[in-house]
Design a protein around this ligand. Structure first.
Ligand code: ADP
Length: 480
């Protein structure tokens, strides 16, 4: 059963329930109120009958509206002008008529009026078949006598009103239900139409054409927001897919180039017998290329694991100054070989809670870059300080400043992107580096800083040099 039908059925069922309760309430309420007005009227009339009762010695008479009779020793008369449609009589305490205009002859009562010693209201039927509401009230006049007054009137008009009400409800309720369910069906269709459109469009979108959008111009309601969210999700998916595809394409490209060169060189060498010297050169070239490929595979592996959050931090208390001193010492031969001065300016102790292997990787990449892009005679200075003002949390601030060629302004926003190289040929051809030269080093550095809760900034002037500043909170976030 579809939602449209279900909504309509539910809506109709609830409405039916409400209408049924409403109808019963109206029926009961109206009946009660009419009955009350009849009873009040009868009570008033009975009061008037009792008020008009006079015993022996009363001398106000009138021809038509006066009735008198003997009851035992007591002479009783009643001055009462009945309203149109009101039946009445006066009985003695035993239930025998004293004054009886004759309305109740042959009437059948539910309970015997003689037994009553209290006010009683009941339904009865006259001999003529007229259904009546009968009001019986006892009276006592001190030392003069007691008796019972009965007044009644037909409640046919009440029955008539009830019949009409039932007729109207029996006609009106189904009609209202029909009209309401038709309206409900129409409204449900209207409300669900955009969802149908979303479904149809979504069915046409496959993984290959994620550029498609619903682009539904809907108001900003639940469905409108659903469509907009769907479009935003598609945009994010497309972006993620694109990045993934680019990453795979770039990675394959980065691997194919050195492999092609390797294959070519090896084939040329194997073409004909060569001297031991040539074989040695070729093997050295193979060795270097393999190193570079190994570094590339390792970087790719690291980024893949970083993307999947599979590279948790192994936090421990360490001395950042000591870590930097070690790395500078390790990279010193490389700097000396390039005739680049490598300076370190750090306090003796700089305590920090971090993952030592990851921090080492971060700073090796940066110092290695600074050396490899510098020219002979340039200088690389590493400075470490503690900054308390930054974002109100104490941070270690490490700058790696070189006096190298600098990075052109247009490249600066991209240098942390994967596979981005400001100068492709130069990156790949520089030897003796710890990275692959594939443009992954800085994106790894940025990720390592972020995973420690820190960040990295770059400043560069072409011809003057580049400065990378790494901010690391002294207490790295424990779960990353
Ligand atoms: P690569 O493997 O090419 O070194 P990186 O991600 O480490 O990749 O660096 C990205 C690019 O940023 C480099 O190709 C280079 O052009 C530029 N770059 C990085 N560090 C420096 C620096 N200290 N001086 C000049 N250019 C730099």
């Amino acid at each position: 059963m579809n939602i449209r039908l279900r909504l309509t059925l539910w809506y109709t069922a609830i409405l039916f329930f409400i209408l049924a309760i409403f109808s019963v309430a109206v029926y009961i309420g109206l009946t009660r109120s009419l009955l009350e007005s009849i009873d009040t009227h009868l009570q008033r009339e009975a009061g008037q009958v009792i008020g008009g009762i006079k015993f022996e010695g009363v001398d106000d008479h009138s021809e038509d509206e006066e009735h008198d009779k003997k009851s035992g020793e007591v002479e009783i008369e009643a001055e009462y002008i009945p309203e149109e449609g009101v039946f009445w009589r006066i009985l003695d305490a035993e239930g025998q008529p004293i004054i009886d205009p004759g309305y109740f002859d042959g009437a059948s009562f539910d309970s015997a009026p003689t037994k009553t010693d209290q006010v009683q209201v009941e339904y009865a039927t006259l001999a003529s078949g007229t259904a009546i509401r009968l009001y019986t009230v006892p009276f006592i006049f001190e030392r003069q006598g007691a008796g019972i007054v009965q007044v009644a009137e037909s409640y046919q008009h009440l029955q008539e009103v009830q019949r009409q009400l039932v007729f109207l409800l029996a006609l009106g309720v189904p009609f209202t239900l029909l009209a309401a369910s038709a309206g409900g069906w129409f409204l449900a269709a209207n409300a669900l139409a955009p969802i149908d459109r979303i479904t149809r469009t979504a069915q046409q979108i496959s993984a290959d054409d994620l550029h498609q959008r619903l682009n539904l111009k809907l108001p900003n309601d639940e469905v409108g927001r659903l469509a907009a969210t769907f479009d935003q999700m598609l945009a994010r998916l497309e972006d993620a897919f694109e990045r993934q595809k680019r990453f795979i394409a770039d990675a394959s490209h980065e691997m194919r180039t050195p492999l092609t060169i390797l294959k070519g060189d090896v084939e040329v060498t194997l073409n004909r017998p060569r001297s031991a010297e040539v074989y040695r050169e070729t093997l050295e070239m193979v060795n270097q290329t393999t190193d570079r490929l190994t570094a590339l595979v390792e970087e790719l592996f690291l980024l893949a694991r970083a993307d999947n959050n599979q590279y948790p931090l192994q936090l421990q208390d360490l001395n950042l100054a000591g870590l930097l001193t070690n790395e500078v010492a390790n990279l010193m031969p490389q700097a000396i070989k390039k005739n680049v001065a490598l300076n370190l300016d750090t306090p003796d102790v700089l305590p920090i809670k971090a993952d030592p292997a990851k921090l080492a990787r971060l700073f090796i990449n940066l110092i290695d870059n600074a050396i490899k892009y510098s020219n002979s005679g340039d200088a690389v200075t590493i400075t470490a300080t503690i900054q308390n003002s930054h974002a109100s949390v104490a941070h270690a601030c490490v700058t790696i400043a070189d006096t190298g060629p600098g990075i052109p302004h247009k490249h600066l926003p991209h240098i942390f992107d994967r596979f981005y190289r400001a100068d492709k040929a130069r990156s790949r051809n520089i030897e003796n580096t710890s990275g692959s030269g594939a443009g992954l080093g800085l994106s790894i550095v940025q990720w390592l800083a972020q995973v420690h809760g820190g960040h990295i900034e770059v400043n560069s002037q072409v011809g003057q040099g580049t400065t990378f500043t790494v901010w690391l909170p002294l207490e790295a976030p424990s779960k990353k």
